[in-house]
Ligand binder design. Structure first.
Ligand SMILES: [Zn+2]
Length: 266
């Protein structure tokens, strides 16, 4: 079993020491007073977690001079427990092992944190490239996806960019990469559409008087469903007229005159 910190179970599982006239038990408070104590069932006694690690890896220059009972065989002489624990805690070998272990842990944590930051930087950069590609296609009014998943415009644009970008190439080849899925594409498009509506709305609200007209026109697609386009017409502060497209709505119902009754905000 691999431990990443001292194993300090219920003291009742630790074997007792049988003396001619009495039985001695491991005391729970020893775990609190000496947090480095580490119980190993196979040894039937306690070791020093940090000295054991230093001894196994031979990382401490004093590893060879360490007390065997605390690094491999297991200490179980409870009669002399406090005396021996205190002595071990004061030993030079133990102090060096503690310092070495703490230093190594910090070094591993720093490396992990640096690697994680690098991963996040790469993921952020790739996501931005995907968003810019989607914005380019949306701006040009081009479809993102084709009949086959790898034939769409988005995939082709990204593959083109990846030819000169190894990070993006690696990112796109990851099996867990979902930033190009249809659901993600739609979510990014929705965020962009909402941003456009918010920008137009704030422009209108900044005008001296909130005045605008609505232009609507519809067309039937090949399945017979009617899509109604809604545009806003207004004049800005420089007296320049604007006609901004807001959204296409799918009609759910029509009156006999042909005027739309209900919209589906899809
Ligand atoms: Zn130690």
């Amino acid at each position: 079993m691999i431990y990443i910190k001292p194993n300090q179970p219920d003291p009742r599982v630790i074997p007792h020491q049988q003396l001619p006239n009495k039985t001695l038990k491991f005391q729970e408070r020893w775990f609190r007073d000496y947090p480095w104590l580490h119980y190993v069932p196979n040894a039937g006694g306690v070791l020093c977690f940090y000295c054991m690690e230093a001894f196994k890896k031979q990382v401490s220059p004093l590893a060879k001079s360490m007390d065997e009972a605390f690094v491999s065989t297991g200490f179980k002489n409870w009669k002399k427990a406090i005396e021996k624990f205190a002595m071990h805690q004061q030993s030079q070998a133990h102090k060096v092992a503690m310092t070495t272990y703490t230093h190594q842990q910090r070094s591993v944590e720093t490396q992990l944190s640096t690697a994680r930051e690098q991963q996040q930087r790469e993921a952020r950069s790739c996501l931005l490239k995907i968003i810019k590609s989607i914005r380019f296609l949306a701006r040009q009014g081009l479809a993102l996806r084709g009949h086959e998943s790898d034939e769409g415009n988005l995939v082709q644009v990204l593959e083109d960019k990846a030819e000169e970008d190894d990070v993006l190439k690696q990112w796109l080849s990851k099996p867990t990469n979902h930033y190009t899925s249809p659901e993600m594409q739609n979510e990014i498009l929705n965020i962009m559409a909402n941003t456009v509506v918010r920008t137009i709305s704030s422009t209108l609200h900044a005008l001296p008087t909130l005045q605008f007209s609505i232009i609507m026109d519809g067309v039937q697609d090949f399945s017979g469903s009617e899509q109604e386009a809604i545009c806003l017409r207004y004049v800005d502060g420089d007296l320049l007229p604007h006609e901004d497209f807001m959204k296409c709505h799918l009609l759910q119902e029509r009156t006999w005159l042909g005027w739309p009754l209900m919209f589906s905000c899809g």
